[in-house]
Design a binder for this molecule. Structure first.
Ligand code: UDP
Ligand code: MG
Length: 324
């Protein structure tokens, strides 16, 4: 993707890599070693923030051991499993450097590819997302993902092939911790683009998970469907829900009002009794009541958006290591 507006070259003053880990005992040490190698030629400071999302295997022990000998490894231990979105939120909140990265803990994303992302940041892009251009393995996973991406691309008009790719590098502020609760972390590029951040895409390889098993099964389908609906709504009307519910409400109001008006005009001018059109009359009144409800929902939604920022606690932390 080429965007002429990305002309401001940017110096990287530090990188925080955020890695959610849920039952990843066999992957963490190897992953960290690969990150270290990949970043060895840079002289900016960096940190790798692992979020132990309530693992039931040996992940906590592996992380404690790694963090005890590597000061660049920071760890957030959740009290229980809160999900990947919560893990990202906690990581974003605790990260200290101006450039942020996310990747999975299972080695499906190769740290050797980080420099490609950083190159784009240096060119002046502000949100660089990976594109797993070789597909996502078996058809049960690749087909929904293709449809999902196509729908989101059409609706949001953002020219990205792989919205859901967990491998991303972006500037602080592109996504805020409170914006990615639930499943919404999947739409980070949409969130960043809606704020006007310059988006770029780099092709990345998609390796098989190194060890352990995937945490997501069939529920991917239904989740995908609801997530798409949410994001369509959020990306178009995130800032002004009243514009959505309000215009729907106004349409109802106008149709209802002019129907009633028409019936009365017919009655007074030509003497047609309204009761001959009882059904239409009731429908029109109903539409007007519905319009009041729609407008109220819009107003309540506006209020919720105002309140949401303060109410961002959707995980609980047991302890942290290596954060000053
Ligand atoms: N993950 C997590 N909490 C969860 C589920 C997953 O932190 O509740 C992490 C997991 O450890 C991995 C990443 O999210 O680092 C992606 O998970 P997974 O590889 O299972 O997903 P897939 O690649 O199969 O889509
Ligand atoms: Mg995986």
């Amino acid at each position: 993707m080429k965007d002429e507006s990305a002309s401001v070259a940017m110096d990287i003053e530090g990188l925080s890599i955020i890695i959610p880990a849920y039952n990843e005992e066999g992957n963490i040490t190897i992953l960290y070693e690969k990150i270290r190698q990949s970043l060895s030629s840079y002289d900016f400071p960096w940190e790798a923030i692992f979020i132990d999302d309530g693992s039931e295997d040996a992940t906590p022990g592996v992380l404690e051991e790694l963090a005890s000998r590597e000061k660049r490894v920071k760890v957030i231990f959740f009290k229980r499993n809160f999900g990947k979105g919560a893990a990202y939120s906690a990581g974003l909140k605790m990260a200290r450097y101006p450039v942020l990265a996310t990747m999975d803990a299972d080695l499906q994303d190769d740290p050797a590819e980080i420099p490609k992302f950083l190159e784009k940041i240096r060119e002046g892009y502000e949100f660089v997302t990976g594109w797993k251009y070789r597909g996502k393995g078996y058809i049960g996973k690749s087909l929904p993902s293709k449809v999902f991406n196509m729908v989101i691309r059409k609706v949001t008009k953002i020219d990205v092939h792989d919205f859901n790719c967990p491998y991303r590098v972006f500037l602080r502020g592109a996504v805020e911790p409170y914006e990615i609760y639930g499943e919404l972390y999947r739409f980070m590029p949409v969130i960043a683009a809606s704020k006007g951040y310059r988006i770029a895409e780099v092709k990345v390889e998609n390796y098989p998970r190194h060890s352990g098993k995937s945490k997501y099964g069939l529920e991917r389908f239904t989740r995908g469907l609801f997530d798409s609906l949410t994001i369509m709504f959020l990306s178009v009307y995130m800032k002004r829900p009243l514009h959505f519910f309000g215009s729907l409400g106004l349409v109802h109001l106008f149709v209802g009002f002019f129907t009633v008006l028409g019936l009365y005009i017919r009655k007074f001018l030509w003497g047609y009794p309204i009761k001959d059109y009882q059904f239409l009359f009731i429908m029109a009144i109903f539409l007007m009541i519905a319009s009041v409800q729609l407008i109220s929902v819009g107003l309540v939604s506006e209020l919720m958006i105002k309140l949401k920022k303060q109410d961002a606690k959707f995980y609980y932390i047991e302890k942290t290591i290596n954060f000053e």
